[in-house]
Design a protein around this ligand. Sequence first.
Ligand code: NAD
Length: 497
Amino acid sequence: MKTLGHWIGGKAVDGTSGDFGPVHDPATGEQTTRVALASAEEVDQAVAAAKEAYQVWGTVSLARRSTILFAYRQLLDAHREEIAALITAEHGKVHTDALGEVARGMEIVELACGISEKLKGELSTEVSTRVDVASVRQPLGVVAGITPFNFPAMVPMWMFPLALACGNTFVLKPSEKDPSAAFRLAELAAEAGVPDGVLNVVNGAKPAVDRILEHPDVKAVSFVGSTPVARYIQEQAVRHGKRVQALGGAKNHMLVLPDADLDHAADSAVSAAYGSAGERCMAVSVVVALDSVADDLVARIAERAAALRIGPGSDPASEMGPLITGEHREKVASYVRGAAAQGAEVVVDGTGYTVPGHEGGFFLGVSLLDKVPAHSDAYRDEIFGPVLCVMRAGTYEEALALINSSPWGNGSAVFTRDGGAARRFQLEVETGMVGVNVPIPVPVGHHSFGGWKDSLFGDLHIYGNDGIAFYTRGKVITTRWPDPADTGGVNLGFPHH
Ligand code: NAD
């Protein structure tokens, strides 16, 4: 069995806390790795390494930072297969999906390569006689990221490439369930020329997170994970005077209007609900269909769901892999088992599913629940598994009211051929990201990602321009070079025109 420690000061170091967590291959159920769980002292070592490195990195030229990031991008490109294989081995998602995750993470590295353009600042000349004003953005210092299990490479890459490009140094605390991909990202960064201490990885659980949140030298915290923890992260970070962006969970609705192309809508719903076994914060977990097309749509979704090939992520024939742990599989299955008693119709029941030869794996079949009541657990909770709920509405207004009554506001989608209806939806829906005939509208790297309501605690979204704003602070410099013959003399008044 492999033992994974931490990456501090540019090298791998063993864990010293004596605590370890198990990492499984979800396709077999076997433990493959024990990951060190950092103590507060180990977090302090990582922060100290980052603080020391910041003394130099914060002053390294933009040209040099870009050069290193370009080299990093090239290394990631050369190692995409390997990183994807690490993701599949610990998360379970199928290899092509893992490759997509790496590609989407690399988009942020590509954005970071062009940081010089983004940090140009603003200059106004002659705002008053011989007075110029410049706005610049400077790094914060040591910043930290805490990431979830479901995108073990992409979500860390939403954070540290931009943070580093802006001149900060970084401490990453990846999910303890699948930590190897993030560790490899740090090794490759060092190979690309990121100096020692600029990017550190501490593995761990709540005690490590709590130390990050209270450490006086950590200036900002980016978090992605579930809503209860996101709320806690924001509260604790604010209590300790830190800047924070904490992205939480979701329940994403896909509205299907009667004029939609139903085959396209059914393909999209199935892909977006069951891809990555539903363990995506932007997964479509609820389809809201207008009554006139609901029966037809449910039949088309059920037909496609039944044909999905479920198996190990490393098997090219598999379209969907296992869930992350045995406990999580049981929790997801319990929503399907309890759905009928709470008034839903179970159209497809995936709870008894096994993959021959992989009986120990954390596999679950896909489930489709129709006519799901709004008060039922299957609708009210984020299930985070391959369970798609269908709800019906008589009118557009009824559907919109349902979607907007959700406490979450991450993503939503509308499927229609009517541009006017789509336009209305995109303005009226209360989510941070909206797709029009796009089921999972994850913004590309140069736009920013973030939800509303209980899907994001903080002000700035992640990556894109918001990411750059998050990892820098503004400074405005007012300069006057007076004419030596006319310094103006004493004037106690506030200057005016
Ligand atoms: P999680 O909240 O359990 O864990 C996320 C991180 O927080 C991990 O690093 C974990 O070690 C740490 N953590 C867990 N419990 C903690 C506690 N009590 N105190 C301090 N730290 C704690 O989330 P997860 O199960 O790893 O990931 C799935 C969740 O993440 C889902 O809810 C999903 O919607 C959400 N998610 C959201 C986004 C988004 O962009 N909004 C993206 C991906 C995942």
